[in-house]
Design a protein around this ligand. Structure first.
Ligand SMILES: Nc1ncnc2c1ncn2[C@@H]1O[C@H](COP(=O)(O)OS(=O)(=O)O)[C@@H](OP(=O)(O)O)[C@H]1O
Length: 372
């Protein structure tokens, strides 16, 4: 009996050894299979770090031709829901009160896997409140333009994420298509010219400029809409209201000194690499201005006057309804807000302040924008 108990014990130990060998064997098989899957790229479907998920979330919107975030960098701090709201707040159908979000553009509006992600060959670098959103949305009608909907803010805020991060934000393009993005703050960012240059010295740079006085009021109007308790425009514009000394440290004023910012860019790029679009003409003659832009980008003139109509309610040109859609498209409520009344002497003083800078800018660009 004692002998049979010993035999049973030995058999049990052997079974245990076989079991543990088998479990090691299966673990190895699982590990190798996992390694094999990773090497063949299937690991991409595994959960990613949070930031990556946000950027692919961002990409999904962008590939769906969603409009920009009003607060650049909002994707970093805001909740996904508020982020989407921000993204959608820019482009709406004035006539139907419905946000078409992705449906708007005649670009391929579904995320697809055709083509490849490239660095932008052309960037709308400025200026804030110049009409940059309108320009980008008008360009996106063109079948050879694929653009990021939101403002990536790579060359000013997220440069440390690296170029691959930036490229990943881009929509896929096919041969012959141009990749674009717009981030108006690049124009006033000191480091941006060098950074864009080191990505590609061939990058085409588009600057939408607008009368700096109206631009400053537009900028102020936007801030006021978010902070109703803001001091008056004149309180912020003057360092000393008695002497009329302008406060150039106020960004709404500083951004409008175009000559100064352009100087910084011209250290890296020749003038031929720039196109200066008139924000005023983008409203009064969108087709004419779009003709210049398409020529500059080496595109066929596809976007023409038949794409636009003037929306009386909005007071701006809007896009006629694309084929297959029942709605015409205007930019959203955040564009074309009524500006507050600013005392005329304040505006005159500001106009005097900008005059020499404007003249310098006309000289540098060889274009008279007629702001005086
Ligand atoms: N077609 C069309 N529809 C609506 N708005 C138009 C259009 N074309 C130009 N604009 C002008 O664009 C101004 C906003 O400029 P941005 O898009 O560059 O603003 S932002 O910097 O991206 O916030 C915006 O400024 P505000 O009128 O002060 O809101 C408009 O004047």
């Amino acid at each position: 009996m004692f002998g049979s108990t010993r035999l049973c014990g030995q058999a049990g130990q052997q079974t245990y050894r076989v079991q543990s060998k088998l479990s090691v064997f299966f673990t190895m098989i699982i590990l190798f299979t996992y390694l094999f899957y990773c090497l063949t790229g299937y690991c991409d479907s595994l959960p990613r770090p949070v930031y990556d998920q946000q950027s692919s979330f961002l990409n999904k919107i962008l590939l769906n031709d969603g409009p920009e975030a009003q607060h650049p960098g909002a994707h970093k701090n805001a909740s996904p829901v508020s982020f989407v709201r921000e993204q959608l707040s820019d482009l709406d159908t004035v006539d139907s009160n419905v946000l078409p979000a992705a449906s708007g553009s005649s670009n391929i509006s579904i995320a697809n896997n055709f083509g490849s992600k490239k660095f932008p060959q052309a960037i709308i670098i400025g200026v804030k409140k110049g009409g940059t959103r309108a320009l980008l949305e008008f360009l996106r009608i063109h079948p050879d333009v694929r653009a990021v909907g939101a403002e990536p803010h790579f060359f000013d805020r997220f440069y440390d994420k690296g170029l691959e991060w930036y490229r990943n934000l881009m929509p896929r393009t096919l041969e012959g298509q141009i990749t674009m993005e717009k981030t108006p703050s690049y124009f006033i960012t000191k480091e941006a010219p060098r950074r864009v240059f080191s990505m590609s010295r061939q990058t085409k740079l588009i600057v939408v400029v607008r009368d700096p006085v109206t631009r400053a009021v537009s900028d102020y109007t936007q801030t006021l809409s978010k902070s109703p308790g803001l001091p008056s425009f004149q309180n912020l514009a003057f360092r000393n209201s008695t002497t009329g000394l302008i406060d150039t440290s106020w960004s709404a004023v500083r951004i409008g000194i175009y000559a100064k910012h352009l100087e910084n860019w011209l250290r890296f790029f020749p003038l031929s690499r720039f196109l200066f679009v008139s924000g005023e003409r983008l409203v009064s003659d969108p087709a004419g201005e779009m003709g210049r832009v398409q020529d500059f980008l080496g595109l066929k003139r596809v976007v023409t006057d038949k794409h636009f109509y003037f929306n009386q309610t909005k007071g701006f040109p809007c896009l006629k309804k694309p084929e297959g859609s029942s709605r015409p498209r205007c930019l959203g409520k955040s564009k074309g807000r009524p500006h507050p009344q600013i005392p005329s002497e304040v505006l005159l003083r500001l106009r005097d302040f900008y005059r020499p800078f404007n003249l310098k800018f006309y000289q540098m660009t060889g274009q008279d924008f007629g702001w005086d």
